[in-house]
Design a protein around this ligand. Structure first.
Ligand code: SF4
Length: 318
């Protein structure tokens, strides 16, 4: 169970990029907090800003506005020993296990690289730590001498997870860690992440476009659309009673493992494409695709409001 202690806090975070002559508003005014030991799911279609947000949290990007606090320290103002501590505390698992491992390094050196950077182990102790990490993620000690191309996608993602664990972090940003893998392998990697989270008391920000795996793993879920959080709730509550029309559409796409119920599942197909973040629609950004659109939606942007304890939604229906 997550502790009461808030470990990560985002306050009105926006991230814009200059593209040609325009301003791409990838993330707009996002606020939430994550507690220690919590798995916080961040979900939305590609281009909704979830990866940009993850990268801003881990300092790969500076926010254009707003602040990110980790243990009450402004993440983007850190320097010296505080920055070093932060870089150890927070690690990232990347989406593409093919591109994120250096093909010219042995698996042992890839996993040990964070140990080397932080000066945490050398010689026999370094070797022992690498072997232990390989075993932790379900690989074996002799894999340390091989190269990434000798492994399957699922095994490579296990190597990526071992590397992230090397410095004993407390917070992991997992950026779509299973979306590049075969469906048959996805559940294995999710099970591994879940076991590690429970055994080590890790905190995750788990980014995904598919609600089904997020449901299985997360304590709380935030749904993003076109750079903004449109709904956020405890996972059980969100799946029991999704409020935002966009969340309902995402939810309707999840297959149900009971063939009887699955036969009657009605998928909500959204019309049109996600609009460009270079020119988001006025009012509610979802209005040109929403099955429940009203006149007010085209003019006035809905604010995030609490619809039930801990359940917030940005929609004029509530
Ligand atoms: Fe649909 Fe209006 Fe709600 Fe936006 S505010 S999700 S357009 S009903």
């Amino acid at each position: 169970m997550p502790a009461d202690e808030v470990i990560l806090r985002l306050e009105n975070v926006s991230k814009y990029f200059r593209v040609g002559g325009g301003l791409l508003k990838a993330v707009e005014n996002v606020s939430f907090s994550v507690r220690r030991g919590e798995v916080f799911g961040l979900v939305g279609e590609s281009g909704c800003g979830k990866t940009t947000l993850g990268r801003t949290v881990i300092r790969l990007y500076e926010p254009s506005r707003g602040k990110v606090f980790y243990r009450d320290q402004d993440v983007h103002a850190l320097s010296g020993p505080d920055l070093k501590r932060f870089n150890r505390s927070m690690q990232m698992i990347f989406q593409d296990p093919y591109a994120s491992l250096n093909p010219r390094m042995t698996v042992g050196d890839i996993i040990a690289e964070p140990l080397d950077i932080h000066g945490l182990a050398a010689g026999a102790e370094r070797r022992r730590r690498v072997e232990e990490l390989l075993r932790t993620v379900g690989l074996s000690a002799e894999h340390a001498l091989r190269f990434p191309h000798e492994f399957s996608g699922g095994q490579r993602q296990r190597i990526g997870i071992a590397r992230a664990l090397a410095v004993d972090p407390e917070f992991i940003v997992a950026d779509e860690p299973i979306s590049a893998l075969d469906v048959s392998i996805q559940a294995q990697v999710v099970n591994l992440l879940r076991r590690l989270q429970e055994e080590r008391g890790l905190t995750y920000m788990f980014i995904a476009h598919d609600l089904s795996m997020v449901k299985y793993l997360s304590h709380r879920v935030a749904v993003m659309y076109l750079g903004q959080v449109v709904e956020m709730a405890p996972s059980v509550e969100l799946y029991r009673e999704p409020l935002h029309p966009y969340t309902r559409a995402l939810m309707s796409a999840i297959p149900i493992p009971d063939p009887g119920i699955e036969r009657t599942r009605r998928r909500i197909m959204l019309p049109g494409e996600v609009p460009s973040p270079l020119k988001p629609p006025p009012g509610c950004r979802f209005h040109n695709r929403c099955p429940e659109v009203r006149p007010i939606c085209k003019e006035t942007e809905p604010e995030l409001k609490e619809a039930a304890p801990g359940h917030v939604v940005a929609c004029h229906l509530y």
